[in-house]
Design a binder for this molecule. Structure first.
Ligand code: UDP
Length: 364
């Protein structure tokens, strides 16, 4: 019988593993002989960044939580590697499945490969070329030891071919994050709380920011928020604040009644707000994929992206980290003059099914 270990550690992992877990459970219900263990590395541990997603996305309780959160990049990587190696020695699978580009992705793929266990990387092959972001290092190292690449785009396939990855290791399957988005869309719900009461569909913005380049320097964070406030005509701006951003934001003393600050939202509430927004301003990668599929204008506050298909086919524009770039883009959204979503190949809600079919065939 094929045995798989699925790893998740941080917020953007949970929406990527949920449909994979559900596809394994479906196979089990159909009588296919397959076992899986779900391991939470504990990289994100508070309820708003972790527990709520298990509940909302119907992910079963993990078989183990490695408690590897906190500390520096190296401390976290080391703690997760030590605990995951032990987990693998006690419960050796045929394959470890890692997703995305977080510290857990890197740490667990290394621990597995060093024990001679195959690694599958879901969302393999994407590249921003920006080594100042820890995520890019995580992607490059993970892909250098991956056995099965499950890719979201033709560009990812091309990147892998250029790096000499043989064709049989590249499986172009689509995007599991979009599986979750399409499956959960009927369940989206308005967040509770007075601050959301006055929001009218199509008449507010949503923003998220958590990249060090945008939030670690108080002055640049303030300049960016000021530029956003002055280009959005006084419309409400809902800003669920990532824990990383919270401490600097408090000391800025921004006093704008239309800037609606709140804690990180649940998946169903956040995407309810995004789906009905006039526009989204973000530095998140996953959000650019979701806004594209929901045909909501999206401004990305980064100088590069590992997801260029969200620009060529989606609704995303790369505006950069300089606040002076913002006004013409905000004007375009305000005047309702934004590009429309064109289908991105295989972002159709069936990606996890394809992944699980390929893996079960390979390991049975
Ligand atoms: N998200 C959420 N609540 C929020 C902000 C984001 O559920 O308050 C979701 C969002 O819909 C997407 C994911 O979190 O699915 C993106 O995570 P994040 O921005 O942390 O990671 P990145 O995409 O930048 O790697």
């Amino acid at each position: 019988m094929a045995i798989f270990t699925v790893v998740a550690g941080a917020r953007p992992n949970f929406m990527k593993i949920a449909p994979i877990i559900h596809a394994f459970q479906k196979k089990q219900r159909e009588g296919v002989e397959v076992k899986f263990r779900l391991i939470h590395t504990g990289q994100h541990y508070d309820k708003k960044m972790s527990g709520d997603f298990f509940e909302q996305l119907n992910i079963p309780e993990p078989d183990a939580n490695l408690g590897g959160g906190g500390g520096t990049q190296a401390e976290q990587t080391a703690a997760i590697m030590v605990a995951f190696e032990k987990e693998l020695m006690e419960n050796r699978p045929d394959l470890v499945i890692v997703v995305g580009d977080v510290t857990s992705t890197l740490a667990c793929s290394i621990a597995a490969k060093k024990l001679g266990i195959d690694v599958a990387h879901v969302e393999g092959g994407i590249r921003s070329g920006d080594l100042s972001m820890p995520e890019e290092i995580n992607r490059m190292v993970t892909d250098s030891i991956t056995d099965h690449f499950f890719t979201t785009s033709e560009i990812a396939n091309t990147n892998l071919r250029k790096a000499g990855v043989p064709e049989e290791k590249i499986h172009f399957v689509g995007n599991t994050m979009i599986d979750t988005l399409l499956a959960q869309m009927p369940n989206f719900k308005k967040p509770e709380g007075e601050i959301f009461d006055g929001l009218e569909a199509g008449n507010y913005f949503v923003m998220t920011m958590h990249r060090p380049a945008n939030v670690d320097q108080e002055k640049s964070l303030k300049d960016m928020i000021d530029a956003i406030l002055s280009g959005t005509g006084g419309l409400p701006i809902v800003f669920p604040v990532h824990p990383r951003t919270a401490k600097n934001l408090q000391s800025l003393g921004i006093n704008a009644p239309n800037l609606l600050l709140c804690e990180p939202l649940g998946y169903l509430e956040f995407n309810y707000l995004v789906k009905n927004a006039k526009g989204v301003i973000t530095d998140s990668g996953g959000v650019t994929e979701e806004t594209s599929v929901m045909n909501v204008p999206c401004i990305t506050l980064r100088d590069n992206t590992e997801r260029p298909e969200t620009i060529t086919l989606g609704t995303n524009e790369l505006v950069g980290t300089n606040p002076q770039n913002l006004p013409p883009y905000l004007e375009k959204i305000m005047s309702g003059n934004w590009k429309k979503y064109q289908e991105i190949p295989l972002w159709d809600g069936k990606t996890a099914q394809r992944i699980v079919d390929i893996l079960i065939t390979h390991y049975s």
